[in-house]
Ligand binder design. Structure first.
Ligand code: NAI
Length: 302
């Protein structure tokens, strides 16, 4: 099976370098028309220039592909709306949105200012919300859409010094889960990726040999699959260095406790049973989780 993107229109945010650039190059090589968005600032989000995106567009065009540069900051909703309006008037559709733009402002929580916390949430979480909001109606009207959120192992599992980043990155998974439900009837599939790659974001935390093994192109197969016509929805894939994985938010079987025993002491005494992972499930929505409890009320009468 060959997966192509012929005549698809894709927007990749933060595509002036790193992972976004690789996604844009491969989408274009497989026939998509690509909006290469990048604000062009430093790793901490300071500065800004249109050049980064323009360089990638020139690379795509040199290989015979079709692309246009856009320097909007994903934090600037009117500029994001203008990017989408421009894309629709230029190419008539938006099939794919890859929310990839990102910054870092790492510090231990004790030393982190609230400004640094808010800024990182604003770029990753609100930036993805802004872009998704701006394409949502067009995708609904077209009855087709593929949206990718960029999460992180930090969001899923934590990492010292990245409280702001981790909060934003798991927030994106929460956003994905509800948008996947709301988009389903319009054939809008929403997924998340948690990459690991040697880019300027990670260059000073990884040794050179590891950076080589973690070439960003290794993430491309998972990212492009998640925005393809055969994409699943509400799936969280990890990719890097040839590894591909899925992450799930699981629910243990837990225990049902009669009213008289619902005490702090019961939870303390039975915590091993509550957290036992044998037979855990992955509910497909929040109501299903509540329903699982209700379906077991009969156990209390026994
Ligand atoms: P990168 O720093 O090379 O790329 C991020 C791009 O986003 C830059 O080109 C930057 O100019 C752009 N950008 C930043 N703020 C922007 C804004 N407000 N509007 C538009 N563009 C903006 O880093 P990398 O590694 O390619 O990161 C891409 C995504 O992958 C990020 O969301 C990052 O958090 C995520 N990620 C990367 C991992 C890695 O191992 N490299 C691990 C987990 C997640």
């Amino acid at each position: 099976m060959t997966i192509d993107f012929k005549d698809r229109v894709a927007i990749v945010t933060g595509a002036g370098g790193g992972l976004g650039r690789e996604y844009a190059l491969e989408l274009a090589a497989r026939g998509a028309k690509v909006v290469v968005n990048d604000f062009g600032g430093a790793r901490d989000g300071s500065g800004g220039s249109a050049t980064a995106a323009e360089v990638v567009v020139a690379e795509i065009e040199a290989k015979g592909g079709t692309a246009v540069a856009n320097p909007a900051s994903v934090t600037d909703f009117p500029a994001v709306e203008a990017m989408i309006a421009d894309t629709l008037s230029r190419w008539g559709r938006v099939d794919i949105l890859i929310n990839n733009a990102g910054v870092l402002r790492d510090k231990s929580f004790a030393k982190m200012t609230l400004d640094d916390f808010r800024f990182v949430l604003d770029v990753h979480l609100m930036g993805s919300v802004n872009c998704t909001k701006a394409v949502w109606d067009a995708m609904r009207d077209a009855g087709y859409g593929r949206i990718l959120m960029t999460s992180s192992s930090t969001g899923l599992y934590g990492n010292f010094g990245q409280a702001n980043y981790g909060a934003a990155k798991l927030g994106l998974v929460g956003l994905m889960k509800t948008l996947a439900l709301e988009g389903a009837k319009s054939n809008i599939h929403v997924n998340s990726i948690f990459p690991v790659a040697g880019t300027r974001m990670t260059e000073d935390v990884m040794p050179e040999e590891m950076l080589r093994l973690l070439a960003p192109k290794n993430v491309v197969p998972a990212a492009l699959y998640l925005v393809s016509n055969v994409a699943p929805t509400s799936t969280i894939l990890g990719a890097g260095a040839g590894g591909f994985h899925a992450a799930h938010v699981t629910l243990t079987h837990g225990i049902m406790v009669p009213e008289a025993d619902r005490t702090v002491e019961t939870v303390a005494a039975r915590i091993a049973e509550i957290t036992d992972r044998a037979g855990e499930t992955v509910p497909t929505n929040g109501a299903e989780q509540g329903g699982l409890v209700m379906s077991r009320l009969g156990e209390l009468k026994a």
